[in-house]
Structures are given as structure tokens and as C-alpha cells.
Design a protein around this ligand. Structure first.
Ligand SMILES: [Zn+2]
Length: 178
């Protein structure tokens, strides 16, 4: 958790709190983190493609390592949507686009067209610096996640299922494969 420039590590519920002033060492589970970075970056590609080709915003999402879903405000599913989206995503992955991260002052960030890709702006009003994730040439958006350095590192993206969850509410399920 971050408050201003201070970073807070919160122990898991029930874990003992180390005494004040004691040095601690953390480690990241590399395999899980890498899989989440690939999956999350895959969601960016999906989001970028669906926005570019169908003009849809994101209304929800979730991910586990290697599997994820993203919800879009897509009124109708055009014929061949699933295959077209999968092909377009994999074309962007094969193009090996760079994924850049930078931070901009809020006012400047919000001047970038379509920087907020969720149907509601989730950036809290007190946030003064906005982190921008840019898949160069495909998709630029405000985002706080971890990503791979370029799209080819994602691997192959499969659109597993497109579900109709009600009026203008489509759920796209993806899998990330090697
Ligand atoms: Zn992200």
C-alpha cells in the first residue's frame, strides 16, 4: 500500500508484526508474477483491440495467472467477433510492440484522448500523478499494474468464450498460452 511517497507492507491477517526497526526481506514468486504480467498485458492488448475495432469501454475484469476475463459495453456481438478479436490480438502480439510506463501530472494525463478506458473513471480525485501504460501504437491508458516489456512476451492469446451477460454487457474470457 502506498501513501504519498511512503510504501507500507501490510502483514497477512494473523501473521505476527515484526518489531519496529528490524530489517525485513521480501521476495517475489517469479513464476506467478511473470504469468500475471503476461496475463495482465494480454488484457491490455484485448482492451486496445476491442476499443480500436469496436469502440467499446471496459466495465469489469478479473484475472488469475494464465486466465482472465474482461467485460465490455458492446451492444451487439458482430458475426465472427470471437475469431476476429483473437486474430487481431495475436497480430498485435506478433508485432512485438513496446510497452512503456511513465508518470504524468493529472491534468496533463487527462489531456490524452481516451486515457480512461473503463466506463467509469477509477482514478481517485486526490491522485496527482497518473501512471500511464502505453502499448506503443496500440493503446495508451491510466493503469497501476505490472506488465511485460513488449507484447511478444505475452505468448499466444486465445479467446476462450464470449458470453452475453445482459443488455450491452459482454464478457470475453481469454487464456494465455506459451
Ligand atoms: Zn496494466
Amino acid at each position: 500500500m502506498r501513501k504519498g511517497d511512503e510504501l507500507y507492507l501490510i502483514p497477512v491477517e494473523g501473521d505476527p508484526l515484526p518489531p519496529a526497526g528490524i530489517p525485513v526481506r521480501g521476495a517475489i514468486e517469479d513464476e506467478r508474477r511473470t504469468s500475471l504480467m503476461r496475463t495482465h498485458s494480454g488484457l491490455h492488448v484485448l482492451c486496445g483491440v476491442v476499443f480500436r475495432d469496436y469502440g467499446c469501454l471496459v466495465t469489469g475484469g478479473n484475472m488469475e495467472p494464465g486466465v482472465a476475463r474482461m467485460d465490455f459495453n458492446l451492444p451487439e456481438v458482430p458475426p465472427g467477433f470471437k475469431e476476429a478479436v483473437e486474430d487481431a490480438c495475436n497480430a498485435e502480439i506478433t508485432a512485438d510492440r513496446r510497452i512503456d510506463v511513465r508518470t504524468l501530472p493529472r491534468a496533463e494525463a487527462f489531456q490524452i484522448p481516451d486515457i480512461i478506458r473503463t466506463a467509469t473513471n477509477l482514478v481517485p480525485p486526490e491522485v496527482e500523478e497518473v501512471r500511464i501504460v502505453d502499448i506503443v501504437g496500440l493503446d495508451t491508458q491510466a493503469d497501476g499494474g505490472t506488465h511485460v516489456a513488449s507484447t511478444r512476451q505475452i505468448g499466444r492469446l486465445r479467446v476462450a468464450k464470449v458470453e452475453n451477460k445482459g443488455r450491452g454487457f459482454r464478457r470475453v474470457r481469454i487464456r494465455i498460452e506459451d
